[in-house]
Design a protein around this ligand. Structure first.
Ligand code: URA
Length: 207
């Protein structure tokens, strides 16, 4: 079968570098969000085998205007949570989202939007080779683990994500930081989840 044309809106990402993938994402027209975005938010952080890759849901308003993930209040809280377990700005981490475009009015992503954008995230993970994935919230957990489940059923254990090359990467699931802003009692859960993450070694084994 012929390879899909690179400019086809549904072409599977074939980029072999993060920079090339970022360009592909910036020109993506695979779902209707491209008509309303002001810019894409690709992700940022340590680009070669980050120890942790944090994956949120979608950019918010501040993130879209900055072109960077986790710039708003939820992002601030995430950074504070990470600082509380000793991960500051110098930690080997990368931050991205399932969706690279902001849903209008910050509504939840539609399943079609997740399906259209997921190949970008999968490619991004393949290129980054992170030691561990952190799914922030249900949308991210469902996208990475391939099944819907109650967040509380997924928290507290280490799951496995299989990348495009067949490599297993450990996944820890926790609350979305925006949920922590609404439900302060989730913060204790999230702190426990992040400590589970902290206990994973670089190879994903506890210790
Ligand atoms: N900002 C992001 O980049 N992602 C989220 O999921 C929330 C806020």
């Amino acid at each position: 079968t012929p390879a899909p044309a690179a400019d086809h809106p549904h072409a599977a990402p074939t980029a072999t570098s993060l920079a090339a993938l970022g360009e592909q994402v910036a020109g993506c027209a695979a779902c209707p969000l491209h008509e309303v975005r002001s810019r894409t938010v690709f992700g940022e952080g340590v680009q070669q085998s980050p120890r942790w890759m944090f994956i949120g849901e979608a950019p918010g308003e501040f993130d879209e205007s900055a072109g960077r993930p986790f710039q708003g209040r939820a992002g601030e809280l995430l950074q504070a949570m990470l600082a509380s377990i000793g991960l500051d700005a110098s930690a080997p981490a990368y931050f991205a989202n399932v969706l690279k475009c902001r849903p209008v009015n910050n509504r939840s992503p539609e399943p079609e939007e997740v399906a259209a954008c997921l190949p970008h995230l999968r490619r991004q993970i393949t290129l980054l080779q992170p030691g561990c994935l952190v799914a922030l919230g249900r949308v991210s957990a469902a996208a990475l683990l391939g099944h819907e489940g109650e967040l509380d059923d997924l928290r507290g254990q280490v799951h496995q994500y299989v990348d495009e090359a067949g490599r297993s990467i450990p996944v820890v699931v926790t609350h979305h930081p925006a949920a922590l802003l609404l439900h302060w009692q989730f913060k204790a859960d999230a702190w426990r989840d992040l400590n589970l993450l902290r206990s994973l070694g670089a190879q994903g084994s506890p210790g």
